[in-house]
Write a protein that binds this ligand. Structure first.
Ligand code: NAD
Length: 467
């Protein structure tokens, strides 16, 4: 078994104890992983604090160069990283490779930005400049669905702006991140980046710590609320990227074939474990049966299996808890709707669920109202687009959404009234380093990526000089 280490103050070190990481495709132990204790988390915070003054004074171009070096090394090690990612996370090797490459691409994209000083006034009486200061030590808390890509939403922006960072991956997917930690040990000065793994028990230590200036958290809305309460004690800056329940509204006149394919891709990537996946589809009655049949046909073509096996197009659910939750949703689907494809995969080890299409289900069902975060898609029939829009917006979440139709004017008109951080038209789940993502309502606060994401790691500083 590979030997994984924490990264604290530039050193690769053992954890205070170890924990097992399970391969979700086999339910066997994949690796023993270091498990830090509070003293090690404290050491990481103090190392990040000590490294901050020198790192923040470095010219931005030097900070960028080190980030670009990290991206290049990730590219060079893509095969090893993707293999580890598949084994711990479950996604097929092709998707894992894409995640590694996208992580490098997002690091490059985010690191290409500048933080220029803006001149607000330059007159006979005064000169007013707007600067951006780094915040200090940042805590980056990451979930298990995209362990590397979601880290890349935080790390490059935090470091480019001059902050130092502690990265805390999810306990069920720490390994690829620890591999990146090894690369970073040879890339960044001691203390600038630290990687600390836990058994879901050190997040609170990080979020309440007075020496941590900002928390950038991606995860569930329930944990996000705890993070917010904890961060209040020292009034930390916060970015929260939380859950979602993205609706796709399919308008009358839409092409059933292309819509079914687009919605299928948007719903089942990473076995549906995507914050901005399509989680409920509202389809107009005039094309409902056709779209449902096509979605079912696509679901039946999927090869579910171990992500390392050639030909697998969908891996397992990432962890036992989420698998249990999805089995409950399958029960609800059987009760509240008609399963036209999928259901649980029987008779093999691993947390497998076949892509499941649930037709003839009411909007009030828990499968529609709650976030399933897995490959079980409810498809709801509607007759009036206004009714579909009302249902889409009637949710505590507001992460993403999409509108599908041949009439682009009508699709745009509905899209503009969807209350979400992102609304796509005739597509779903299209992101890039230069496009901000953010959640409305209980899907979060603040944004990541692009200029907005970078500025969230800074403090505004006005220099106002008399003349
Ligand atoms: P989670 O909230 O259980 O865990 C996320 C992270 O928080 C993990 O690293 C975990 O160890 C840590 N954590 C747990 N308790 C903590 C505490 N009290 N204080 C601080 N940190 C703590 O979420 P999850 O189950 O890993 O991820 C699934 C959820 O994440 C879904 O709801 C999904 O929609 C959401 N998600 C959102 C986005 C987004 O960008 N909005 C992206 C991916 C996932």
């Amino acid at each position: 078994m590979a030997n994984y280490k924490l990264l604290i103050n530039g050193e690769l070190v053992d954890g205070a104890s170890t924990m097992e990481v399970i391969n979700p495709a086999t339910e066997t132990v994949l690796a023993l992983c270091p498990r830090a204790d509070e003293a090690q988390m404290e050491a990481a915070i103090q190392a990040a604090k000590a490294a901050f003054p020198a790192w923040s004074r470095r010219p931005i171009a030097q900070r960028r160069d080190l980030l670009l070096k990290l991206a290049d090394t990730m590219d060079a090690q893509q095969e090893d990283l993707a293999r580890v990612l598949t084994q711990e996370q479950g996604k097929p090797l092709g998707e894992a490779t894409t995640e590694v490459l996208w992580t490098a691409l997002f690091i490059r994209g985010i690191a290409s930005q500048e933080l220029p000083v803006k001149i607000l006034e330059d007159s006979e009486t005064m000169r007013v400049e707007q600067h951006r200061l780094p915040l200090g030590v940042v805590g980056a808390i990451i979930p298990w669905n995209f362990p590397l890509l979601l880290m890349a939403f935080k790390l490059p922006a935090a470091l480019l702006a001059g902050n130092t960072i502690i990265i805390k991956p999810a306990p069920t997917t720490p390994l690829a991140t620890l591999k990146i930690g090894e690369i970073m040990a040879g890339t960044f000065p001691a203390g600038v980046v630290n990687v600390v793994t836990d058994q879901n028990d050190l997040g609170g230590y990080l979020t309440q710590h007075p020496d941590v200036a900002k928390i950038s958290f991606t995860g569930s809305s329930a944990t996000g609320k705890k993070v917010m309460a904890s961060a209040a004690t020292s009034l930390k800056r916060l970015t929260l990227e939380l859950g979602g329940n993205d609706a796709a509204i399919v308008l009358p006149g839409a092409d059933p074939a292309s819509v079914a394919q687009g919605i299928f891709n948007g719903a089942f990537l990473n076995a549906g474990q995507v914050c901005i996946a399509v989680k409920r589809a509202y389809v107009h009655e005039s094309i409902y049966d056709d779209v449902v049949d096509r979605l079912a046909a696509l679901a039946k073509q999927v090869v579910v299996g171990n992500g390392l096996d050639q030909g697998t197009t969908m891996g397992p659910i990432q962890n036992r808890m989420q698998y249990a939750k999805l089995k409950e949703f399958l029960e609800i689907a059987r009760k509240d709707g008609r399963i036209v494809a999928g259901g649980e995969a029987e008779g093999q080890a691993g947390f497998f669920i076949r892509p499941t299409i649930v037709a003839d289900i009411k909007n009030s069902s828990r499968l529609v109202q709650e976030e399933q975060f897995g490959p079980v898609l409810p498809v709801i029939k509607y007759s009036d687009p206004e009714e579909a829009l009302t249902s889409a917006n009637d949710s505590p979440w507001g992460l993403g959404g999409s509108v599908w139709g041949a009439d682009r004017e009508k699709a745009r008109e509905i899209a503009l009234r969807m209350y979400s951080g992102t609304t796509w038209i005739n597509k779903h789940l299209d992101i890039g380093p230069a496009i901000p993502v953010c959640g409305a309502k209980q899907s979060g606060m603040g944004g990541e990526l692009a200029e907005e994401g970078l500025l969230e790691f800074t403090q505004l500083h006005i220099i106002n000089e008399a003349r």
